[in-house]
Design a protein around this ligand. Sequence first.
Ligand code: TMP
Length: 211
Amino acid sequence: MGFFITFEGIEGCGKSTQLELLKAHLEKKGRAVLSVREPGGTLLGERVRSVLLNGTEEGIDPWAELFLYEACRAQLVAKVIKPALASGKVVLCDRFFDSTLAYQGFGRGLDSEKIEGLNALATGGLVPDLTFLVDCAEEVGLKRAWARINASAGAREDRVEKEELAFHRRVRGGFLEIARAAPRVKVVDGSREISTVHREICDIIEGAAGL
Ligand code: TMP
């Protein structure tokens, strides 16, 4: 069996950069690694991703939004993640079900028990072996996210990045609460230098049983 690692955190926390660095590190050590992202990672998921991040003229109802994230997840788990794990690969996933609890639960205020039920259905009970919560203050994350948008020609902020600061504060608080309840979630301080965060992640990986 392979090993399943997820990366979580608010916008601009640096999780995607850290995922890429860890991928290179594990590959250098000879591991076969597959990296995917949520929402996305399949043909269906990438199509739904553009709807989720760009929105529709009529807006998206929070429950409809939740089901779309879960639909992407069901497709990704069944078509990509489970087969990769069965073939012995290390799978790195940029966001997974903790994001749904943090954003749709803590952020939008949907019932967390119902979300957890849907998460379990969409994943068929698959739980990450290890999760890195790359944590930073919402002001820091959003500033980075905006800098990225300003630096790339043609890029525009997505629906979630447009949310007010209080929304991102609730999401961050949600992630930290999830981490307190789940030993698989390791919180790393993402406000530090990229290389410092990477080193800490590698140290945690070295000590991980089963990898
Ligand atoms: P990202 O690729 O920058 O991480 O953006 C994905 C966006 O989707 C991000 O704003 C968080 C949001 N999201 C949810 O609201 N719920 C979810 O379950 C997932 C996976 C992502």
